[in-house]
Design a protein around this ligand. Structure first.
Ligand code: AMP
Ligand code: MG
Length: 343
């Protein structure tokens, strides 16, 4: 089976082609994308990002077919990111998927974007039943699958980890997404305790809170503390909170595998912190390869197989989007062909 996956939840318009077969297993044949860059010092503007997606969508899809060496007639079905995400952006991907499916008479499968990050990570890491740390622009959650569906064992109470880093970057005058630029600034800090700001470390139950951390970091910059020191300190505090909550969830669920996925999984410092924690518990850590950490079409194609098997196929006129679609509301697992409602 060959699936074309279309992603458009936020900054990224992506198209990826994946193959799943009993003989050769899972393969990514192509993964093309084009990312909307917000003006320096500002965040994502949903309508502007959607305009970007409209402009690039046909080239990105064409490029993904060319790289895979496939024609549209070789594609068995089309999966698209139905949510969660920004409405105007989601609708561009849904319309592109719907048009292709109608014109070329293909099956159409709506996919939950977060499960896309997880499925791709499971395929690439050869994982079976991991605890998942999903950290991106739209998510900060510790989740695990159960017979009743996905359960959340901890999450952010306010900002996601990606938003924390992007908003700090914006305050520095950088354009979003800024996580990788904050990582570079933090790595250039020459350790000097006097330059490090005092930042709150907030865990409530097994949930984390980042809004106070962002305010304190901005205050520190406002009184002249160096950006490198502030970036370093924010990373240390934010990542340590999440590592602590993840360790508790691992202990509670007794899992032996941890998958880290989503755009912030590209951060090397966070990986090192989690590796130390996992080593001490004998847990296998699998961090999604950097190339596939952020939003991409391959993640939607990867999840497409699971959603199709679970009866999510829809007619084109029912190809809706859902801006808030939590993973603990996604019905999966039985593999039954029952019709599932997306919206
Ligand atoms: P996603 O929503 O999965 O595409 O992830 C995008 C988020 O990942 C944005 O908030 C980025 O700032 C963040 N990100 C990307 N690379 C890094 C990195 N190296 N370190 C921290 N955050 C990153
Ligand atoms: Mg994402």
């Amino acid at each position: 089976m060959i699936c074309l996956g279309i992603e458009s939840t936020a900054h990224t318009f992506g198209a990826g082609i994946c193959e799943l077969s009993p003989e050769t297993g899972f393969k990514i044949l192509s993964d093309s994308k084009d990312i909307y860059r917000a003006p320096e010092g500002s965040g994502i503007h949903p309508r502007e990002a959607a305009r970007h997606h409209v402009e690039v969508c046909s080239d990105v899809i064409r490029q993904s077919l060319e790289t895979a060496g496939k024609k549209i007639s070789d594609i068995d079905f089309i999966a698209y990111s139905a949510g969660p995400g920004l409405g105007p952006c989601l609708r561009v991907g849904a319309v592109a998927a719907r048009s292709l499916a109608s014109y070329f008479d293909k099956e159409l499968v709506p996919v939950n974007h977060a499960i896309g990050h997880i499925e791709l990570g499971k395929f690439l890491g050869d994982l079976h039943d991991p605890l998942v740390l999903l950290i991106s622009g739209g998510h900060t959650a510790i989740a695990g699958n159960s017979p009743d569906g996905w359960k959340i064992f901890g999450e952010t109470l306010d900002l996601t980890l990606g938003q924390l880093l992007d908003q700090l970057g914006r305050y520095f005058g950088l354009s979003s997404p800024a996580g990788s630029k904050i990582e570079v600034l933090a790595s250039e800090f020459k350790f000097n305790e006097k330059e490090m700001p005092h930042l709150p470390y907030t865990i409530k139950g097994n949930d984390v809170s980042y809004s106070g951390l962002l305010s304190a970091a901005k205050d520190a910059v406002a009184i002249g503390q160096p950006k490198k020191a502030v970036s370093f300190s924010v990373q240390e505090a934010a990542f340590a909170m999440l590592t602590e909550a993840t360790e508790r969830a691992l202990s509670f669920t007794d899992r032996s595998e941890l998958l880290v996925t989503g755009g912030v999984a590209a951060n090397q410092r966070l990986s090192r912190m989690l590796q130390t924690m996992c080593d001490s518990r004998g847990v296998r850590l699998s961090v999604i390869p950097r190339q596939f950490a952020g939003d991409c079409g391959a993640q939607i194609a990867a999840a497409g197989f699971l959603f199709r098997e679970n009866g999510y196929t829809v007619r084109a006129e029912k190809a809706l989007v859902r801006q808030s679609w939590r993973i603990d509301r996604v019905q999966l697992g039985s593999g039954s062909k029952r019709k599932r409602a997306v919206a």
